[in-house]
Design a protein around this ligand. Sequence first.
Ligand SMILES: Nc1ncnc2c1ncn2[C@@H]1O[C@H](COP(=O)(O)OP(=O)(O)OP(=O)(O)O)[C@@H](O)[C@H]1O
Ligand SMILES: [Mg+2]
Length: 284
Amino acid sequence: MTASHEDERPLLRVRGLTVAFPTAAGATEVVKSLDFDLARGGALGIVGESGSGKSMTSLAIMGLLPKGAERTGSIEFDGAELTALKEREMQAVRGDRIAMVFQDPLSSLNPYYTVGTQIAEAYRSHRTGVTRRQARRVAIEAMERVHIRDAARRVDHYPHQFSGGMRQRVMIAMTLSMEPDLIIADEPTTALDVTVQAQILDLLAEIRRDTGAGLILITHDLAVVSEVADHLVVMREGDLVEQGTAERVFCDPREPYTRMLLDAVPRIDDEIGLLKTTTAEEDR
Ligand SMILES: Nc1ncnc2c1ncn2[C@@H]1O[C@H](COP(=O)(O)OP(=O)(O)OP(=O)(O)O)[C@@H](O)[C@H]1O
Ligand SMILES: [Mg+2]
């Protein structure tokens, strides 16, 4: 295989991905034989109602499914079959190449340590031979890159000293310090005010542009993905009901379910316009 062919290979290739939970009445499939690709540097939106299997899909990719869940199918990441990796090897992938941003940054941050310590330790845990001092510098730089003002001072603050939007920036800074090839963000803005949501989405789009990392953005809110994703997967009750370029899915949805999701954001263009023009000084 030539180098140019390798570059054309998707970053992530998911085939027949199924997640099932055993019950007394047999296995319940909550993700049903999904097929999708994420191009290198691409941004994929996974949308669907609550319970449609979005989070289970991302956790299946990360190898972080809850106990009892059974995963089958193929997940090829940069040419490597993730389902074949041992837990220790998967830990290395998670620490180094695929990073996740969750809805609630507070649950991922330790209240007893400064954000700087947490970013620095996350960085040190997957880089050998990095001194505390170097890691602190990385933490400050990462905080600057997510536009936290006065990062050199804020690095010594604790999570509770930050607003929700700023905490999500801290989480994204932690992600950035790992220099991942793929960022999976599961409802990263759901807990935030609308204006702050727009800022975080802008930030994710900017990071993707600047670092070339692939992005999977999971949300129940189509207005959220419209700004960031170039490709969309629509899920319903574990099934992939429709996929295509974001433009095609938005302008020409083929499935009634997708149309219903779109109707739930009737003023989608107005809202996006509003989001883009509003700036929230308060959260800066
Ligand atoms: N530990 C578990 N045991 C059994 N079923 C589970 C478990 N965890 C989740 N499920 C089921 O899996 C299905 C998919 O859940 P998932 O969390 O992926 O939905 P989602 O699309 O992320 O929803 P939301 O938008 O609310 O986050 C749901 O029906 C849920 O009830
Ligand atoms: Mg979810």
